[in-house]
Design a protein around this ligand. Structure first.
Ligand SMILES: [Zn+2]
Length: 90
């Protein structure tokens, strides 16, 4: 059988079915081992105010926001790129 990718686009391996998660952008249900997980740090304080507070030596807490993106949204946002045949076979 022809094979496009060594991992078939997932990190599942030999194990069976994995649970579905929703894409944070489009809401598509995607297996957990197929989604691209993106971590971003979000500050609750406005950037201009945060800059001023930091200048005065204040510590500003940031919140970690985890996003699950489906493959097409990950490509759209530039998280992962379309690779050539030789690149993706590895
Ligand atoms: Zn999506």
């Amino acid at each position: 059988m022809t094979k496009k990718r060594r991992s078939r686009g997932r990190s599942k391996g030999g194990k069976g079915r994995s649970e579905l998660v929703q894409c944070a952008n489009c809401g598509m249900l995607t297996p957990r081992d197929k989604v691209k997980r993106v971590t971003s740090w979000v500050s609750l304080v406005e950037p201009s105010l945060a800059k001023e507070l930091r200048a005065h030596g204040a510590y500003i807490a940031r919140q970690r926001v985890m996003k699950n993106l489906c493959v097409s949204c990950a490509v759209h946002f530039g998280v992962s790129k379309v690779r050539s045949r030789e690149d993706r076979r590895l």
